[in-house]
Design a protein around this ligand. Structure first.
Ligand code: ADE
Length: 290
C-alpha cells in the first residue's frame, strides 16, 4: 500500500490489489469492514446493491478485501494443510492467516478494529451485537473455507467467533455479508427512514419482539381484506393491535425472546439496566440459559 492521497474529504488509498482499485474511494474515518478471504471477487456482492450499495458509494462506510492467497506458502501460495491429529479436510495455517491479519491491521489506519471469524461454532449474531459494531470504528472479518482456521491464530489475535445460524455454509463469505448488512444499515444516514428501526423486529423500542404483520393496497385482494382497525384512523387502537400481534407472533415462534420480554415486563428496571451497549450480554445470558 502507498500513502493515502487526499481528494477533499475523500482519502483514496492506492493499492496493488485490483479489487481495491475497482471499489468506491475510501472516506477516512468512516465505518470500515475489512474482509480476509480467498474470494475477494465475492465482494461487495449484494452489499453493492440498494441502500448498502448507495451508502458505500456515498462514503458512509468503507469496504476493503484482503486476499488471503498472496500470504500463502511456497510457489503455489498454499494457505492450508491437513488437520493435526488426522481427520477430514484442510485447516487454514496460523502463519498464513497471521500475515493477512497484520496486513489488515496496517490498512486500518491506526484504528483497532475487532477481529471476527465467521464460524458455525461462534456465538449467534444478534441485533444487539450488530448495534454495538455499528457504533464502533468497523470490523475485520475472517472468512474460513475448508475445516476451519488453526486455533492458535484465533487465540493470539483475540478473535471473536460469530455464527449466523445453526447450519453449515461452504465458507464465511455469505456470513460476512450478512453481518456487514445487518450492521451497516444501523449506521446513521444509511437507511432513508431511521424511524423504521424503532418498529422492526428485535428493537428495544419494541420490547425486543418480532415485528407485527404489514399490509398495503389494495384494500381487498383475492377475497382477503386488510384488518379493519388498520383503516380506522384510530392511532391508539392501531398501536394496540400491532402490539397484540407482535406478542402473539413472538410467543408462537420465539419462546426465547418471549421469556426475555416477560422478564423485563415484570421488572422494567432490568430492561433499563440492560439496554443499549449491554443488551448483547442479556442476549448471551438468554442464550446460555437455553
Ligand atoms: N461459516 C460456515 N457456516 C457458518 C455459519 N453458520 N455462520 C457463520 N459462518 C459460517
Amino acid at each position: 500500500m502507498t500513502a493515502p492521497r487526499s481528494h477533499g474529504r475523500i482519502a483514496v488509498r492506492l493499492s496493488s490489489q485490483p479489487s481495491d482499485l475497482m471499489g468506491p474511494p475510501e472516506v477516512a474515518g468512516a465505518w470500515t469492514a475489512q474482509v480476509v478471504t480467498l474470494f475477494p471477487e465475492a465482494f461487495p456482492g449484494v452489499l453493492g446493491l440498494s441502500l448498502t450499495g448507495r451508502a458505500l458509494s456515498q462514503g458512509l462506510w468503507n469496504l476493503r478485501t484482503v486476499d488471503l492467497r498472496p500470504f500463502g506458502e511456497g510457489r503455489h501460495r498454499n494457505v492450508d494443510d491437513t488437520p493435526a491429529g488426522g481427520g477430514a479436510g484442510m485447516v487454514i495455517r496460523a502463519d498464513v492467516m497471521a500475515r493477512a491479519l497484520d496486513e489488515a491491521a496496517a490498512g486500518a489506519a491506526g484504528r483497532a478494529l475487532p477481529v471476527i471469524y465467521l464460524s458455525p461454532r461462534g456465538r449467534p449474531l444478534t441485533q444487539a451485537r450488530a448495534r454495538q459494531l455499528a457504533q464502533g470504528p468497523g470490523v475485520t472479518l475472517i472468512c474460513g473455507r475448508f475445516e476451519g482456521v488453526d486455533q492458535r491464530v484465533l487465540d493470539a489475535y483475540g478473535v471473536e467467533e460469530i455464527s449466523i445460524g445453526d447450519y453449515v455454509l461452504t465458507g464465511g463469505e455469505l456470513a460476512a455479508q450478512v453481518l456487514i448488512d445487518a450492521t451497516v444499515r444501523l449506521i446513521p444516514r444509511v437507511l432513508g427512514n431511521q424511524d423504521s428501526l424503532a418498529e422492526e423486529s428485535f428493537s428495544p423500542d419494541n420490547g425486543g419482539l418480532l415485528e407485527h404483520p404489514q399490509y398495503t393496497k389494495p384494500a381487498h385482494w383475492e377475497g382477503r381484506a386488510i384488518p379493519e382497525v388498520l383503516l380506522s384512523g384510530n392511532h391508539a387502537a392501531i398501536a394496540g393491535w400491532r402490539r397484540d400481534m407482535a406478542e402473539r407472533l413472538t410467543k408462537e415462534r420465539r419462546p426465547d425472546l418471549w421469556r426475555a420480554y416477560e422478564q423485563t415486563r415484570m421488572d422494567p428496571a432490568k430492561d433499563r439496566q440492560l439496554s443499549g451497549a449491554s443488551d448483547q450480554s442479556r442476549d448471551r445470558r438468554e442464550h446460555e440459559k437455553d
